[in-house]
Design a protein around this ligand. Structure first.
Ligand code: UD1
Length: 418
């Protein structure tokens, strides 16, 4: 298991380019199962999660051409058996989005239940409710979701909560269903509209992009297409917070500021200077930061995927900042690690109160999940002395060579391979 050694008290300066959003690319890769023709994606970041999804598609029988720096081509000409086994699914929960497209194209799917994960139980009940509404017969047997439908039929699906994966699954299941499907309380995350725009290029009929109601008219079949997924808003946000926590000046290029409104508002409230120029976001620290409160919420609220990184920043801000996590029930695992570095944080249920500023001291820390790892790296950048961040395999799932890109901005991070 690789780990990072980080020398702290660095100031980040310069420009960094944000990569394609993995959370957009993963469901789009699954959408390639909807057609026997090739679906081509612009070159993307080399990430473990993308390799996992490619592995699942290959297991199903698709060909995935994926050379670094070149477009990825997925061709799902024949799928001998629409089944995703547990050993592949357990590595990445997002593999559950193969359920909708497999069911739509082959009339049946057998996908292992991914199980719980560090940040919460994350049930799939809404996915199954939506697929059931479209006429699928669904059983859970031996830890597998077994879904069958001789013909999916358009229906009205109303989610209890706006679920990103659930909306993607039901959307992909509905594009070739007979008649009209209306998905209400659909998630508004930009990754949904990105998937919908790929599906439209493939021949689907979808209206209501970027609204809470998606209306789909089923078509008999889909064809190949080319697509460039949206930039990674979580990665862009992580770099901006890295600039702020190190009192630095960083320009994040190829980002979509419109996807980051909730974060940018809070960074400005804290006292950072933010400029938007031609698709770039520049953050310049302007002295002491003021504490602010955040509440995570579905888009366009403050993203839960930036909560941990933002909490690291609050340790360096003056005053008490209240962090309320409303999306996942167990997403404060970075807190004890931050406290070991000297942070003053109290947790009460889904609320944490961060009192700052506290000088952080380098320490040996352990990453518990993807975004918590990013939080610990950011804390180590501004801490006094040397830190270790262990279990960075979590980080590699979602950030491409983060250490090299932060080092190009002035960080001192080395990866130790064991
Ligand atoms: C996606 C993102 C993840 C992000 C999350 C919330 C990907 C690959 N992952 O995860 O990075 O943190 O959105 O923005 O895009 N829920 C249910 N039943 C369901 C589905 C969801 O109760 O059937 C609950 C979840 O437990 C959670 C909330 O709804 O509390 C939101 O989950 P959801 O939007 O589905 O997250 P994911 O799609 O898993």
């Amino acid at each position: 298991m690789d780990y990072f050694v980080i020398e702290g008290e660095t100031k980040l300066e310069g420009r960094v380019e944000v990569r394609t959003a993995k959370n957009a690319l993963l469901p789009c890769m699954a959408a390639a199962l909807l057609t026997p023709e090739p679906v081509v994606f612009k070159a993307h970041a080399q990430l473990q999660d993308i390799a996992y999804m490619a592995g699942i598609l290959r297991h199903l029988g698709a060909t995935v051409e994926d050379e670094p720096g070149r477009p990825m081509v997925i061709t799902a000409e024949e799928i001998p058996s629409p089944e995703c086994p547990y050993d592949l699914v357990r590595k990445m929960r997002a593999s559950a989005v193969t359920l909708g497209p497999l069911l739509a194209r082959f009339g049946r799917a057998r996908v292992a239940l991914p199980g719980g994960c560090a940040i919460g139980a994350r049930p799939l009940d809404q996915h199954l409710k939506g697929l059931g509404a479209l006429g699928a017969d669904i059983r859970i047997e031996h830890g597998y979701i077994e879904a069958e439908a001789s013909k999916l039929r358009g229906a009205e699906v109303v989610f209890d909560m706006p679920t990103v994966g659930g909306t993607q699954n039901v959307l992909m299941a509905s594009v070739m269903a007979e008649g009209k499907t209306t998905i209400r309380n659909a998630a508004l995350e930009p990754e949904i509209a990105d998937l919908a725009s790929l599906l439209i290029k493939m021949g689907a009929s979808i209206e209501g992009l970027d609204t809470g109601t998606l209306v789909v008219e089923g078509v008999p079949g889909l064809h190949g297409a080319e697509h460039a997924c949206i930039p990674d808003r979580v990665e862009a946000g992580t770099f901006l917070i890295a600039a702020a926590i190190t009192n630095g000046d960083v320009t994040v290029e190829s980002a979509n500021a419109g996807h980051l409104d909730a974060l940018l508002v809070k960074l400005r409230e804290m006292g950072a200077a933010i400029e938007l120029v031609n698709g770039s976001i520049r953050l310049r620290a302007t002295g002491e930061l003021r504490a602010v409160d955040i509440t995570t919420a579905p888009h366009p609220g403050f993203p839960t995927d930036l909560q941990a990184q933002f909490m690291a920043l609050l340790t360096q801000a003056r005053g008490a900042g209240v962090v309320k996590e409303t999306v996942f029930e167990n997403r404060f695992m970075h807190v004890p690690e931050l406290m070991r570095m000297g942070a003053d944080i109290r947790i009460d249920g889904n609320v944490s109160v961060v009192n700052g500023p506290t000088p952080l001291n380098g320490a040996e820390t352990m990453a518990s999940d993807l975004r918590a790892s990013a939080c610990l790296v950011l804390a180590a950048l501004c801490a006094k002395g040397r830190s270790e961040v262990r279990r960075i395999y979590h980080l590699d799932r979602g950030y491409e060579r983060l250490e090299e890109r932060l080092n190009a901005l002035g960080a001192r991070i080395s990866r130790v391979q064991t």
